[in-house]
Ligand binder design. Structure first.
Ligand SMILES: NC(=O)c1ccc[n+]([C@@H]2O[C@H](COP(=O)([O-])OP(=O)(O)OC[C@H]3O[C@@H](n4cnc5c(N)ncnc54)[C@H](OP(=O)(O)O)[C@@H]3O)[C@@H](O)[C@H]2O)c1
Length: 260
């Protein structure tokens, strides 16, 4: 077991990639604390993990709100005593529109959920990790941070911002025993966010969802989408001692699209 006796706070873990990370981390011995807005989904994941013999708890929270970030960290500590691993995964894509049509409130909200929440949650857990001299923070960024796609300005800016945040946090934390890294997933087409994005892009391009998907996947060396499980396996590597010398990096799990 790679995460025996570890306590992991994983945001956006009611479905999709966050759920896959929570399930894999629990199988690897971690107690996992889940957070998102939808209680029904969180309760279902906790039940799945508990039935598999793992330990899981949750709190509902809109992580775009500062008070909700504070609440989640406090609830995780209250339930499990400490936080060894923080995975900043929660988020939504936002409107699929060009910049001149992008509403400022929507822009702010996308930045708040991805970048601001990752900053706030890191701020809330770092002192405790420094005091122990150990800990891991993993930021789930995106291929969108490294490529150029139309109609997702806030999302790309937030995800690129997360890479800057990853490097600065890593620089501050490395000699205090805390490792900070990021993953840039490519298209994980099984998740709600990705399906909705595919449908919106197809509509905007005036093609079918199947054509949009085929065109996009054709640009990947492997020619196929990634799975949530594949992202979770990379997350496990980066949150375990297997990656003990990897610091401040962004690892592309994209089937071969970005090469830096
Ligand atoms: N799927 C892909 O192709 C892909 C590629 C690259 C990166 N990513 C990144 O991977 C992460 C997970 O995405 P996914 O594809 O798994 O999408 P998803 O299935 O839609 O999951 C998103 C998760 O984030 C939660 N969330 C969204 N807004 C939130 C908020 N304001 N407060 C708290 N939780 C919130 C959602 O729960 P509620 O809605 O219930 O709050 C859900 O649990 C995201 O950061 C995404 O940008 C995904």
């Amino acid at each position: 077991m790679l995460l025996k006796n570890q306590i992991a706070l994983i945001t956006g873990s009611g479905r999709g990639i966050g759920r896959a990370i929570a399930q894999l981390f629990a199988k690897q011995g971690a107690a996992v604390f889940l957070a998102s807005r939808t209680e029904k989904e969180l309760a279902a994941v906790v039940q799945e993990i508990s039935e598999g013999g793992g330990r899981a708890e949750y709190a509902t929270a809109d992580l775009a709100q500062e008070a909700a970030c504070v609440h989640v960290v406090a609830a995780a500590r209250e339930r499990f005593g400490r936080i060894d691993i923080l995975v900043n995964n929660a988020g939504h894509y936002g409107p699929v529109v060009p910049i001149e049509e992008y509403a400022l409130a929507e822009f702010d909200r996308v930045i708040a959920v991805h970048l601001r929440a990752a900053f706030l949650l890191s701020k809330l857990v770092l002192a405790e990790m420094y005091a122990r001299g150990s800990g891991v923070i993993l930021n789930i960024s995106s291929l969108s941070a490294k490529a150029a796609y139309s109609w997702g300005s806030a999302y790309a800016a937030a995800k690129a911002g997360m890479l800057g945040l990853t490097r600065v946090t890593a620089a501050e934390a490395a000699r205090k025993g805390v490792r900070v890294n990021a993953i840039c997933p490519g298209p994980v087409r099984e998740t709600r966010m990705s399906k909705e994005l595919g449908a919106d892009l197809a509509k905007r391009l005036g093609i079918s969802a199947e054509q949009q998907l085929a065109g996009f996947l054709n640009g990947l060396l492997q020619g196929r989408a990634q799975t949530a499980e594949e992202i979770a396996r990379a997350a496990l590597f980066l949150c375990s001692e297997q990656s003990s010398a990897i610091v401040g990096q962004s690892i592309n799990v994209d089937g071969g699209v970005a090469f830096y």
